[in-house]
Design a protein around this ligand. Structure first.
Ligand SMILES: [Zn+2]
Ligand SMILES: [Zn+2]
Length: 398
């Protein structure tokens, strides 16, 4: 097997050029026509077969000459709706759109890995499926890709993704077993009372104090009702109601987010929140209603996959591997990882010297491009390790 580091410097430069091109023309979810076109062009140039799925998604397949398992590598391609203020020379040329989450680099690194794997096909065990995914930032492109058969033809045995992470220095990657981020579910609360004159509360039913009590009582879920060692966040993000200082509000509307890592806690959350909203509202003589809109589940890294990949990296590469703390962010890679053993790998990009210090989703976000070579090496290692059967998950794909 050719050593991973020996090949990657040749392709890092090309990946950086592609990343800058994508960065200048960011596209939002399911609008990634130009980006998907770049991916298809590059795959054509490399002689890699590919097909379109889920409108702007692209699935490429690298077939190794040697028998083996099937690895999936996923990169998201979409940008965010904000104006770039990073000061980079290749900043976004599209008003109101920016690659502030690093998905441009994810796409470019997967193309880099494809180049390495395809060039060394004669020595590659198994098959690598390249999953270029639209709309991670919403409404979600992973499920539509899966429903279009992206994981079935050929059937993926283990799947991985990289996400740039400013907490980790360039040259470092990190992953751990278990839940590494959170499920993100949105909820809406409405409190209905009866309006009236601010000087005569006894003639009305005031929705404001009822709403205030509901806000406080909802925190009881995290404080008193769930295991203190489990991770849960209940945030009310908006609250609106009332007309002016001397009118009693007849209605208050609130929106918020639930973040959970444990699937059982998540499953019980709606009933707990509804009990509190309805009964606290009733105690104040008002009516409370709750609506929950379910988002992405938590990403759960397969323990055996994490362990075997760590051992493979130590044996075959000089990559620095850490175990960063989980976050409460969300990521629709979770759907891939529900269907095959999966690994979300955090990819260090921090460089104080290059100003790569701002978190994702900031208009100031910058990315140390020296990190791309390490990301490509990581993806190539995963594909080779899975293909050769040396990196494997603990449960068989369903
Ligand atoms: Zn993001
Ligand atoms: Zn992202």
């Amino acid at each position: 097997m050719t050593t991973i580091e020996a090949i990657v410097p040749d392709v890092a430069e090309r990946a950086i050029a592609i990343r800058r091109d994508i960065h200048r023309f960011p596209e939002l979810g399911f609008e990634e026509e130009r980006t998907a076109g770049i991916v298809e062009c590059e795959l054509d140039a490399l002689g890699i077969e590919h097909r379109r799925v889920a409108k702007t998604g692209v699935v490429g397949i690298v077939r190794g000459a040697l028998p083996g398992k099937v690895a999936g590598l996923r990169a998201d391609m979409d940008a965010l709706p904000l104006d770039e203020r990073s000061g980079e020379s290749f900043s976004s040329e599209v008003a109101g759109k920016m690659h502030a989450c690093g998905h441009d680099a994810h796409t470019a690194m997967l193309l880099g890995a494809a180049r390495v794997l395809q060039a060394d096909r004669a020595n590659l065990h198994g098959t690598t499926v390249l999953l270029f995914q639209p709309a991670e930032e919403g409404p979600g492109g992973a499920l539509p890709m899966i429903e279009a058969g992206a994981m079935d033809d050929p059937r993926i045995d283990a799947v991985a993704m990289l996400h740039v992470d400013v907490r980790l220095a360039t040259g470092e990657i990190g992953f751990d077993a278990g839940a590494v981020n959170a499920a993100a579910d949105e909820f809406h609360v409405t409190i209905e009372g009866r309006g009236g004159h601010g000087a005569s509360p006894h003639t009305a039913v005031d929705a404001i104090p009822a709403a205030a009590a509901v806000v406080l009582a909802l925190q009881n879920i995290a404080a008193r009702e769930t295991d203190p060692l489990a991770t849960i966040v209940v945030t009310i993000g908006t609250i609106e109601g009332g007309y002016r200082n001397n009118i009693i509000a007849d209605r208050v509307r609130m929106t918020g987010t639930f973040r959970t890592q444990d699937a059982t806690i998540r499953a019980g959350l709606e009933a707990r929140a509804r009990r509190i909203v309805e009964n606290v509202a009733a105690a104040y003589g008002t009516t409370g209603t709750l609506e929950v809109f379910y988002g992405y589940p938590a990403v759960v890294n397969d323990a055996a996959l994490a362990r075997s990949f760590r051992a493979f990296l130590a044996a075959e590469t000089s990559l620095r591997v850490s175990t960063p703390a989980p976050t409460m962010g969300a990521e629709d890679f979770a759907y891939f990882a529900e269907r095959a053993p999966g690994l979300l790998i955090r990819h260090g990009i921090r460089s104080d010297a290059k100003g790569s210090v701002h978190p994702g989703h900031s208009p100031l976000f910058r990315l140390d491009e020296d990190a791309l070579a390490y990301g490509i090496a990581t993806l190539v290692a995963f594909a080779r390790g899975v293909g050769a059967g040396r990196v494997a998950g603990g449960h068989a794909a369903p």
